[in-house]
Design a protein around this ligand. Structure first.
Ligand code: HEC
Ligand code: HEC
Ligand code: HEC
Ligand code: HEC
Ligand code: HEC
Ligand code: HEC
Ligand code: HEC
Ligand code: HEC
Ligand code: HEC
Ligand code: HEC
Length: 299
């Protein structure tokens, strides 16, 4: 046996194993194309050109050594030599779970996607690519021009609320009125969250306090439903009542205050107590009062 035959045999063995692997699940490691998509250029010049400005072309710099077209499309060498479409994987066409798993190979550690598993969008069988478009996508690689536009394609009830009289400024950012200052993700993490309804905070109130801090301050005279849940009186997206209220005053108040020293319940609409802005004319501090004599929320 010559000195060189051992490595040769090993090489042969390696080649055979390599071939087997290229038909199996481990193809990734062996059948690899250069990171920049050199192999793909010939037939996909547009994709390769566009990809050079995609954050994914720099995945290596984020610690994903060897990232390439194959990170998402799987082993590609045999497709690249034949152009056979059956030999390549397109995340937009394969099984939803498998497609998302491919993305989560790199995106499960970050805070953003940490709660994806078990989230409502996952359980509704939305893949990452239901909202994201990798090649030629918009900001954040979204498939639509704005986030709001994306969400309201499915959430028509929210779309309707957004156009009501009183609403959070979530409409198209291009409008001059300062609309578009907020997006759905000001409050929701669509990828899953600890809180209910994909709210990206411990509770609904904690989310509201992020921007309406003054409502959080401890008060001498609290109005107990306020600290419990803002949503008792407000809707989050929009309402045809003033100040995004779920119901008009006085009826809003009368839902809880049926009986009072001035018989606040079931007042006729022309009662002194219910007239005009009703209760708020006198009880203006509906979120609570810091005035020593503000016990009835009147100052
Ligand atoms: C010899 C030409 C050729 C080369 C090289 C090539 N492809 Fe393709 N590819 C094709 C053809 C032909 C199609 C099918 C027609 C189309 O969609 O443009 C295709 C389609 C695809 C698709 C879509 C598959 C689908 O089911 O929708 C992907 C993804 C793809 N190629 C990735 C790659 C990657 C990654 C490389 C480099 C590793 C590569 N291709 C190299 C010819 C090639
Ligand atoms: C981060 C994941 C990812 C990487 C990396 C990636 N692709 Fe894609 N590719 C996709 C997804 C997802 C689609 C489905 C359509 C979309 O989202 O743009 C796709 C679709 C395609 C298509 C089908 C044409 C189309 O627009 O539907 C081709 C061809 C393609 N990719 C080539 C490449 C080439 C070449 C590279 C490397 C230069 C590459 N891709 C790198 C995720 C990726
Ligand atoms: C090889 C690892 C890898 C894979 C696979 C991968 N990504 Fe990424 N992705 C990255 C890195 C690295 C970044 C840049 C750092 C960051 O934003 O986390 C990134 C950024 C992003 C961004 C943010 C873009 C921006 O402009 O801020 C989105 C959205 C995204 N990826 C979606 C996807 C989707 C969808 C898939 C599956 C089709 C996918 N990624 C697959 C590594 C990967
Ligand atoms: C229902 C639509 C939707 C789905 C499904 C979705 N995303 Fe997103 N994604 C968004 C929106 C909107 C943003 C921008 C808002 C933000 O930054 O949270 C975003 C931002 C991102 C970002 C950049 C910001 C960050 O959190 O790091 C990454 C990375 C990302 N998505 C990856 C994924 C991956 C991976 C999946 C699948 C497991 C996925 N997305 C599924 C809508 C979606
Ligand atoms: C492709 C369709 C689709 C898109 C796009 C989409 N969603 Fe959803 N979403 C659903 C479905 C289906 C459900 C579950 C049924 C329902 O509550 O309407 C859901 C549920 C939700 C819920 C309710 C959570 C719960 O626990 O009840 C929230 C909040 C939500 N989506 C926010 C968003 C936001 C924000 C966006 C945009 C970034 C978005 N969705 C984009 C389909 C979509
Ligand atoms: C100001 C914070 C905030 C913003 C901004 C916001 N939401 Fe919500 N959203 C909430 C809260 C709080 C709830 C829970 C309401 C409840 O259960 O009483 C909710 C509930 C939902 C639900 C489930 C209940 C329903 O109404 O169908 C969906 C879907 C939803 N939001 C989608 C969206 C979309 C789409 C956008 C962007 C257009 C958006 N949200 C913007 C706070 C917000
Ligand atoms: C990301 C910041 C942000 C968050 C979070 C937020 N808001 Fe707002 N809110 C705003 C802005 C901005 C306005 C509009 C102020 C303006 O136009 O003068 C507003 C206005 C309002 C208004 C008055 C609407 C009107 O017609 O005058 C109410 C009521 C309100 N928010 C309630 C809530 C509730 C309840 C929550 C929690 C579910 C919440 N907000 C979460 C930023 C936020
Ligand atoms: C008991 C019902 C009720 C609850 C609970 C409630 N609000 Fe209000 N809120 C109102 C009423 C009524 C108005 C209108 C006041 C007016 O027009 O003078 C209002 C107005 C507002 C406004 C616009 C005017 C202003 O005061 O800045 C904001 C913002 C607001 N509420 C935020 C919140 C937040 C945040 C919470 C939870 C911490 C909350 N509200 C809980 C009844 C309520
Ligand atoms: C979800 C039920 C609920 C709603 C809606 C509600 N309140 Fe209250 N309110 C309470 C509770 C509970 C207290 C505390 C009562 C107590 O401690 O005896 C309270 C206390 C008060 C007090 C102080 C009186 C006292 O005895 O401490 C006033 C004034 C008041 N509310 C006015 C209003 C007005 C005005 C509205 C409408 C804008 C309203 N409330 C809506 C539940 C509600
Ligand atoms: C004209 C001014 C005025 C209007 C309008 C008014 N209140 Fe009052 N309210 C008062 C005064 C003053 C007190 C204290 C009465 C007392 O101590 O005898 C009070 C007391 C209360 C109390 C706590 C005392 C109790 O046991 O009843 C509640 C709750 C209340 N009002 C709710 C309402 C509601 C709900 C409305 C609207 C339907 C309303 N008020 C309209 C002046 C007003």
């Amino acid at each position: 046996m010559s000195k060189r035959s051992v490595p040769k045999k090993l090489f042969l063995l390696g080649a055979i194993v390599g071939c087997l692997f290229s038909f199996g699940a481990f193809a990734f490691a062996v059948d690899s194309a250069p990171a920049g998509g050199e192999l793909c250029k010939e037939c996909h010049a547009a994709e390769v050109q566009e990809f050079s400005s995609n954050v994914h072309s720099k995945a290596g710099a984020y610690g994903f050594a060897g990232a390439s077209c194959e990170s998402c499309h799987g082993a590609s060498a045999s497709h690249a030599s034949t152009g056979d479409i059956a030999a390549i994987s397109n995340p937009a066409k394969i099984d939803v779970e498998a497609a998302s798993a491919g993305c989560l190979n790199c995106h499960s550690k970050g805070k953003g996607q940490m709660f994806w598993h078990g989230s409502i969008h996952e359980s509704q069988k939305l893949a990452c690519v239901a909202c994201h478009k990798i090649h030629g996508g918009n900001d954040k690689l979204l498939s639509k021009k704005t986030e709001t536009e994306l969400c309201i394609t499915c959430h028509l009830d929210v779309r309707a609320d957004m156009f009501k009289r009183s609403k959070h400024p979530m409409r198209d950012a291009s409008t001059p009125s300062g609309e578009g200052k907020m997006t759905c993700s000001s409050c929701h993490n669509v990828h899953g969250a600890k809180g209910e309804k994909l709210i990206d905070a411990k509770s609904f109130n904690d989310k509201c306090y992020e921007c309406h801090q003054e409502k959080k301050a401890p008060l001498l005279w609290e109005h107990s439903p306020v600290k419990e849940d803002c949503m008792t009186c407000h809707t989050p997206h929009g309402s045809s009542n003033d100040k995004m209220l779920v119901t008009k005053v006085p009826r809003l108040c009368q839902q809880c205050h049926m009986q009072g020293r001035h018989q606040s319940g079931a007042l006729g609409m022309n009662s002194t107590y219910a007239i005009n802005r009703g209760c708020l004319n006198c009880h203006s501090q509906v979120h609570g009062s810091n005035n020593p004599s503000g016990a009835i929320l009147q100052r």
